[in-house]
Design a protein around this ligand. Structure first.
Ligand code: ACO
Length: 326
């Protein structure tokens, strides 16, 4: 018994923000952004919310899976930009889609989040704790961007993606996930500072910050990604005894086209096997893999029996990869 993706869905905010538009906000250019990242435009929320986008993506995935929401036993939302600290976004989605019997929680593994959520759902299903799960990645990154920092604000976008998964004879073949907290400082977004009457006057309270923005050492993240992603894919292929030529697509976290090209080169695989939607979505963190997966599914690019690798990497630092049969 394993876990199969039986439906996908995604949602992007209406508001399209082009590189040209960003030149009116920070000192940058379309040439700088597109040549270094592959991003031409991204969607940025005006009125949409993280849970609202996730709920729309979930509804589309449920429709695609042709199931009744009442069948869902488990809902996991991967995000580091929920609307509220409590209740969690997965509970908002549960209410919105009417999945009354599901248990629900959020999970944070930054850009690797969707794969960690998929792995968790797979563990629940394999242990016989549930049969059908809804797994989502949803982010409103625009609210944690420093819009005066041209080094980060040009990279990200908002959106949500979802997949319905179910116990099945075929599907996930193997997964790997990992974390290295010792390198966490290269990509951070602070939480709230501890401020209360008991800490007044203390100048060594270390947790949190007054302003919680994404801070990144881009070159260190780049080095980590181009080393760890091929390594984890090779580990996955070895574990699953799969020849690399038998993989139809490598669906990578959409951070940067140069990272994706470098991974393809290191694996000696044609770039054509690495689909991308960075040009129109930017980096949507935990949402990027399920949004791209849904795009491919709706275009009819995925056929039963196809072997697909999905691979994510991000803050933590964390990484994860899965190989599955569609
Ligand atoms: N527009 C114009 N100039 C810029 C911009 C911008 N948006 N941002 C930075 N610059 C300037 C810098 O100020 C610097 O100028 P200087 O030489 O006068 O000081 C110059 O460009 C080079 O800056 P670097 O930071 O060295 O640029 P680099 O070539 O490393 O590219 C980038 C930055 C694209 C972020 C690169 O490091 C990268 O691809 N890193 C991977 C990280 C990544 O993709 N992160 C995504 C989020 S993390 C994740 O999803 C896991």
């Amino acid at each position: 018994m394993t876990t199969k993706i039986i439906g996908t869905g995604s949602f992007l905010p209406e508001n399209i923000v082009t590189n040209e538009k960003l030149t009116t906000i920070v000192e940058t250019s379309d040439e700088w952004i597109s040549s270094r990242t592959g991003i031409k435009e991204r969607r940025i929320v005006c009125r949409e919310t993280t849970s609202g986008m996730a709920s729309e993506a979930a509804k589309r995935a449920i429709e695609d899976a042709k199931i009744d929401p009442a069948e869902i036993d488990l809902i996991i939302m991967a995000t580091f930009t929920p609307d509220r600290s409590m209740p969690c976004g997965a509970c908002d989605v549960q209410k919105e889609i009417g999945a009354a019997k599901a248990t629900a929680f959020d999970l944070n593994a930054a850009c690797s989040g969707f794969l960690f959520a998929l792995n968790t759902a797979h563990a629940y299903i394999s242990a016989g704790l549930c049969r059908t799960a809804l797994v989502m990645g949803a982010e409103t990154l625009s609210k944690v961007l420093d819009w005066t920092d041209r080094g980060t604000c040009v990279l990200f976008g908002d959106g949500a993606g979802a997949a319905v998964v179910q116990a099945s004879d075929t599907g996930i073949i193997s997964m790997v996930t990992g974390a290295d907290g010792t390198k966490g400082d290269v990509l951070t977004c602070d939480g709230r500072r501890v401020i209360n009457p008991l800490t007044a006057g203390l100048d060594d309270v270390e947790s949190g910050a007054d302003e919680a923005y994404i801070k990144m050492n881009g070159q260190e993240v780049f080095k980590f990604a181009v080393k760890k992603v091929p390594e984890s894919i090779e580990e996955l292929l070895e574990k699953s005894r799969t020849a690399i030529e038998d993989v139809k697509y490598f669906i990578l976290h959409q951070a940067n086209k140069r990272i994706i090209h470098s991974v393809a080169k290191r694996l000696k695989v044609s770039e054509e096997k690495f689909p991308m939607n960075l040009d129109s979505c930017g980096n949507t963190s935990a949402a990027s893999i399920p949004i791209l997966l849904d795009e491919m599914n709706r275009k009819g690019l995925l056929n039963p029996g196809d072997k697909i690798v999905m691979s994510g990497f991000g803050g933590g630092l964390t990484w994860g990869a899965v190989i599955l049969e569609w």
